[in-house]
Design a protein around this ligand. Structure first.
Ligand SMILES: C[S@@+](CC[C@H](N)C(=O)[O-])C[C@H]1O[C@@H](n2cnc3c(N)ncnc32)[C@H](O)[C@@H]1O
Length: 260
């Protein structure tokens, strides 16, 4: 199906999805903490009617992937991949090896089915305990998922992303606000339309400090998607160091990409 048709389908389905979202959030309203937020995530995202190949963020995927390429083009990881749209974009942008993880098994199965033959490695995994070694990826990307998590889980996930990234972490999420009125208004709007039970906490958190605590420096930020979302490009603080080796007796710098 054409992307434009997919987006039309998404717009037509929006009232149904919104009703489903509100009803499920009422049912699961107490499931916003670290112990049980995954119950709500699994309840919401395993639903078959969300699996329709439409992507409301189609217009920004390429830009996110291009930021990710700043880290090199060997290995990329897409955290909380959902339907795999960002993972596909990373691969299309030129990454040689793309991995994508999600905590809901139905979503991973769906990705394996619809993106079969893409060469992307889809794995069932919790982003707060990544089963990858330190500095394994040139870049790690997360899109539209951190705002679903309670604060303590979000911090663990950010620290895990920083651990497995060698170069860059790119974060595409709803905007956060220091201004209390803006945070209040956007937080209430988002808590109504979005599936997250933690939207309000998310938009008022000082995300940049959390990133710094995890060893990530925000090198650029762009407000996008009608000003409602932001792309933060973060560099790992010790990134940029190149691997020193010897050719004959001379030490030379080898760019990490040669070890792909
Ligand atoms: C709104 S969807 C976003 C999907 C996708 N990244 C996108 O841009 O369309 C949020 C996704 O986060 C996943 N998720 C939530 N908590 C997670 C966790 N701790 N580990 C991995 N995935 C998680 C959910 O299963 C869901 O697929």
């Amino acid at each position: 199906m054409e992307k434009s048709v997919q987006n039309l389908v998404w717009a037509l389905k929006f009232p149904v999805v919104l009703t489903y979202t509100v009803a499920l959030k009422l049912k699961n309203r107490h499931m916003n903490n670290a112990e049980n937020y995954l119950v709500h995530q699994k309840d919401f995202f395993r639903s078959g009617f969300l699996q329709d190949k439409s992507d409301k963020f189609a217009s920004v995927r390429r830009k996110i992937s291009e930021y990710a390429l700043l880290g090199g083009k060997c290995r990329a990881l897409d955290i909380a991949t959902g339907q795999g749209d960002q993972a596909i974009s990373l691969k299309d942008a030129g990454f040689l090896h793309t991995y994508a993880i999600d905590v809901v098994p139905e979503r991973v199965d769906y990705c394996r089915r619809i993106h079969c033959g893409s060469g992307i490695e889809f794995r069932h995994m919790d982003a707060s305990a990544l089963d990858f070694e330190d500095d394994y990826f040139d870049s790690v990307v997360v899109s539209a998922a951190l705002h679903d998590m309670p604060v303590s889980v979000r911090r663990k996930v950010i620290s895990e992303m920083a651990r497995v990234a060698k170069g860059y972490v790119v974060i595409f999420e709803p905007r956060t606000f220091r201004n209390r009125i803006a945070a209040f208004l956007y937080g209430h709007f988002g808590s109504f339309v979005d599936e997250s039970l933690n939207f309000r906490d998310y938009v008022s958190e000082d995300l940049d400090s959390v990133l710094v605590d995890s060893g990530l420096k925000v090198v650029s930020e762009e407000h996008i998607w009608m000003g409602m979302m932001s792309i933060k490009v973060c560099q790992k603080m010790n990134a940029g160091s190149r691997i020193r080796t010897h050719v004959g007796t001379k030490p030379v710098d080898i760019p990490p990409i040669l070890f792909c």
